[in-house]
Design a protein around this ligand. Structure first.
Ligand SMILES: Cc1cn([C@H]2C[C@H](O)[C@@H](COP(=O)(O)OP(=O)(O)OP(=O)(O)O)O2)c(=O)[nH]c1=O
Length: 194
């Protein structure tokens, strides 16, 4: 079997390697970047993030036919504030609006991980509570100018400068960064990949 990571996120790759979850025949493949990440009508945030992780795993499977017995992992992360999904910001202005909404509030980070071997797809959603300190307009402007928020759900990275805005976290740190390691390990074990 070959484990294929269907992700363009360097963070997911690093998290897998850091946790020693790869094997000697571990390969990386890129998922089809054309996946439409628009929520469906009436879709809950939890159902949305799980659907996207499963779609990424299945899109990755179609790219992985060159590998021996591919098993593909896809993942998706969203920030949820008052039931509203905050994905990756469209631009700097959108990033500023997201950060100002998150200031002095608690939000949920939902990360789904899905693994598929073509016969079955198994997935799970991990929810983590994150509390932000008060951010001034200057804090937000300088942070957005650093570029760090632009490719991240909710417009921040807890593993980077954004970590200085987080006053409390209740749940999985690795899930906030993009891949819940305990749950990923359990899914890999269920496919006999560990
Ligand atoms: C909240 C938060 C998100 N993020 C990142 C994780 C995800 O990479 C990103 C959310 O976008 P995703 O669409 O989940 O992932 P991606 O487009 O980066 O990668 P791929 O679909 O190819 O796997 O936000 C952080 O790095 N730190 C954080 O604190």
């Amino acid at each position: 079997m070959t484990l294929v990571l269907a992700s363009q996120s360097p963070r997911r790759r690093e998290l897998l390697l850091q946790a020693g979850l790869g094997r000697a025949d571990f390969r990386f493949e890129r998922v089809n970047p054309d996946i439409d990440e628009t929520p469906l009508a009436d879709e809950t945030p939890e159902a949305h993030v799980e659907r996207l992780a499963r779609e990424k795993a299945l899109a990755g499977l179609s790219l992985a036919s060159g590998f021996e017995q591919p098993v593909v992992l896809g993942s998706d992360t969203i920030v949820v504030l008052d039931g509203r999904i905050l994905g990756k910001p469209r631009d700097a202005e959108d990033a500023c609006a997201m950060l100002s909404a998150l200031s002095d509030r608690e939000h949920l980070v939902m990360t789904a991980v899905a693994i598929s071997d073509g016969n079955q797809t198994r997935s799970t959603v991990v929810q983590t509570k994150v509390r932000f300190s008060v951010l001034s307009e200057d804090d937000i402007r300088l942070y957005v100018a650093s570029g760090e928020p632009l490719d991240k759900a909710g417009a921040y990275g807890i593993q980077g400068m954004g970590g200085a805005f987080v006053s409390a976290i209740d749940g999985s740190y690795s899930a906030v960064v993009g891949l819940p390691l305990v749950e990923t390990r359990a899914l890999l074990q269920s496919f006999s990949l560990l």
